[in-house]
Design a protein around this ligand. Structure first.
Ligand code: HEC
Ligand code: HEC
Length: 319
């Protein structure tokens, strides 16, 4: 008994001392620099892999698998020739290397400008496949988090040629002109507001909204699907994710919504032979989003106007 007691004292004593030290007014309360960098890195890691999916485009992808997962170890190296996969690109677009090998001479402001304004270090306007329209809404703290994460990526020696556009950059419409320094993170406990924020930085609209002839998203059909992608091994039409009960996802419960993301990101689905039912929807990235964030996206999607727009995703109905 005595032994147990002294053991208990041995344990509780340091705890009490620490407790006292922490609660005493002279104890340091500020978070250390390392802690705040770690916090930014964690947030950046999450955004880069699960929400904005920088590494969905800027890495090597496995085109033999459902939803094109990332090839491990290629994070950020770029190099892919987009025009070889898609036939409607007005020129040659190569995905840039965004590891420190390529960005070491860029300042944080130059990286932030490429992300949020669509202009790179050389002053070139970037092809809007780079989702800078969505990223122009990114909170400053999240831009900082992404940059902190990129700075610590493994440098991969891969020299990527610059783009060669056969049309003037002005045909892509005006560049975003809001200053990201003024963007703040919405209240993350307000599901609808936070969901709207996630939908904009995750650039759902780049695929899920059709474009007008002038090249702007057609907001009368916001997120109602209809863009058609033709790839070498399959063709797919983007789904309607408005709350229309008949042609959108209005009849989906929150559980069904989450389950779709988890199932489509599971090894079983990704590795199964998907035949012609391939997709560009980045399920393997979005499928790792936290429950809370997917629920916020669901909550926001319930609030947008329902649009009746029937989509047959693969032209041979399979859901
Ligand atoms: C949907 C694909 C896609 C996603 C997602 C994406 N990018 Fe890009 N990014 C591109 C393409 C394509 C270019 C090149 C466009 C061009 O050359 O005109 C580019 C260019 C860039 C550049 C400029 C590099 C240079 O050398 O000019 C930076 C920096 C960059 N991206 C960072 C990011 C970051 C950070 C993220 C995530 C927050 C991200 N990208 C997400 C496709 C993407
Ligand atoms: C790179 C293009 C692309 C992006 C970005 C994208 N999607 Fe998709 N999405 C698709 C395509 C293509 C389909 C249809 C094929 C499929 O179901 O995989 C689809 C299907 C879906 C479906 C299934 C709907 C149904 O009827 O089965 C949901 C839900 C969805 N997307 C939600 C989202 C959300 C939310 C975002 C943003 C966080 C998003 N998507 C971003 C291309 C995209």
């Amino acid at each position: 008994m005595k032994k147990i007691f002294s053991f208990f004292l041995l344990l509780i004593f340091p705890v009490l001392i620490i407790f006292y030290a922490c609660s005493s007014p002279t104890a340091p309360t500020a978070i250390s620099k390392e802690d705040s960098i770690q916090h930014l890195w964690d947030r950046g890691n999450y955004l880069v892999h699960s929400v904005v999916n920088c590494v969905d485009c800027h890495s090597k992808l496995d085109f033999n698998k459902f939803s094109f997962p990332m090839v491990p170890g290629t994070e950020g190296m770029g190099g892919f020739a987009v025009h070889e996969l898609m036939d409607d690109i007005p020129g040659k677009i190569f995905i840039p290397n965004i590891t420190p090998y390529a960005l070491k001479d860029w300042t944080d402001e130059e990286i932030a400008r490429a992300m949020t304004r669509g202009i790179n270090k050389r002053g070139d306007t970037l092809f809007p496949m780079m989702p800078y329209h969505g990223l122009s809404h990114m909170a400053k703290s999240d831009v900082d988090a992404v940059i902190t994460y990129l700075r610590k990526l493994k440098p991969i020696a891969n020299d990527v040629p610059p783009h060669q556009l056969f049309v003037p950059a002005s045909v892509f419409g005006p560049l975003p002109d809001n200053d990201y320094h003024n963007n703040t993170l919405p209240d993350t406990t307000d599901a609808v507001k936070y969901g709207q924020y996630l939908v904009s930085i995750a650039h759902c609209t780049d695929c899920h909204t059709q474009f007008t002839k002038e090249g702007a998203p057609d907001m009368t059909k916001y997120l109602a699907g209809g863009q058609h992608f033709k790839l070498p091994t399959f063709e797919v039409t983007v789904a309607n994710i408005t709350p229309d009960k008949e042609t959108g996802i209005g009849a989906w419960t929150e559980d069904m919504f989450l389950a779709k993301f988890r199932t489509n990101a599971s090894a079983e689905t990704v590795n199964a032979d998907h035949g012609k039912f391939g997709t560009l929807m980045p399920w393997t990235f979005f499928g790792t989003m936290r429950d809370k964030d997917l629920k916020a996206i669901y909550a926001y999607l319930r609030t947008i106007p329902p649009v009746n727009n029937k989509i047959d995703k693969w032209g041979i109905a399979k859901n």
